[in-house]
Design a protein around this ligand. Structure first.
Ligand code: HEC
Length: 276
């Protein structure tokens, strides 16, 4: 009896939140955020990053996003590693040296500023989360190191978010200080639109459009979140090739083994009939 009571209470505890959640998800379904799928070089079993796209994406992060968003898991030397943006060692040195890093304490016990080195982690825009919030009307710009893996839709979502700013539809009530965004859940985001057509000049002649900026920085964030994607794809391809060859060898081996047994059985079957 006691057990039954317990399990009833348990199933009620499970069912209640479900029952409450269903009408909520039903209501959201009519107002779903829109994520636009893009074609990426890195999707598919053989996909790989376009290193020039990653270089452009890094510049956009550096020139625009890094004003508010940290990427604490990356260091400057990562920018020169194979499978990434693959900046040359000199470029990595120069990129790192542009950042002022707080180091120390020195002999007097004081912290000091020095130019960055390739081994340094990316410099964060704010000293701590409280400062970050106070500079962004209470909203915290999240760290972007693994953002492309943290949100459903990954790079498609980030692309859609960056291109999703629009006028709110008639009748949509906006909270003051928020922007309307078609891709953001709830459609009200505290991040002001960061990219506009023509706002950054590309050094390699790529058309300076919002569409290109959004795609390049999304690809860069995808690499940051999964820097070993290329190696993973290559290993997968090698495993598939090995399995294909192994299957052929197994097939030949099976034919060889069984051909002997078949012959033996045929001889056995033939023997009694000749005897009779
Ligand atoms: C002026 C500061 C500012 C700049 C510049 C900025 N952001 Fe943001 N960003 C924010 C804030 C604040 C939030 C939190 C928004 C919220 O929770 O409503 C945010 C949130 C985000 C999110 C998370 C959205 C989610 O699903 O929670 C992503 C992704 C993002 N920003 C990407 C970028 C990229 C990429 C750039 C550069 C092109 C950029 N941001 C530039 C302030 C900024």
């Amino acid at each position: 009896m006691r057990m039954a009571g317990l399990s009833e209470a348990f199933s009620l505890a499970l069912a209640l939140p479900l029952a409450l959640a269903l009408p909520v998800t039903g209501a959201l379904a009519s107002d779903e955020p829109k994520t636009e799928s893009q074609s990426w070089t890195f999707t598919g079993p053989l996909g790989s990053f376009d290193n020039l796209q990653l270089q452009r994406g890094y510049r956009i992060y550096k020139d625009v996003c890094s004003g508010c968003h940290s990427m604490r898991l990356l260091s400057y030397r990562n920018l020169g590693e194979p499978g990434g943006p693959e900046f040359s060692p000199e470029e990595v040195e120069a990129i790192a040296a542009q950042a002022q890093i707080t180091d120390g304490p020195n002999d007097k016990g004081e912290m000091f500023q020095r130019p960055g080195r390739p081994s340094d982690l990316f410099r964060s825009p704010y000293a701590n989360d409280a400062v970050a919030r106070s500079m962004n009307k209470g909203a915290l710009p999240p760290d972007l190191s693994v953002m492309a893996k943290a949100r459903q839709g990954g790079p498609d979502y980030i692309y859609s978010l960056l291109t999703g700013y629009a006028k709110p539809p008639a009748g949509f009530e906006m909270t003051p200080g928020m922007q309307y965004n078609a891709a953001f859940p709830g459609h009200q985001i505290a991040m002001p639109q960061p990219l506009f057509d023509g706002s950054i000049r590309y050094a390699d002649g790529t058309a300076p459009t919002l569409d290109n900026y959004a795609r390049d920085v999304s690809a860069f964030l995808m690499w940051a979140a999964e820097p070993k994607l290329e190696q993973r794809h290559q290993l997968g391809a090698r495993v598939m090739a090995f399995l294909a060859v192994f299957a052929v060898i197994l097939f030949i081996a099976k034919r060889t083994v069984w051909s002997g047994l078949h012959a033996k059985r045929r001889r056995k079957r033939a023997a009694p009939s000749t005897a009779a």
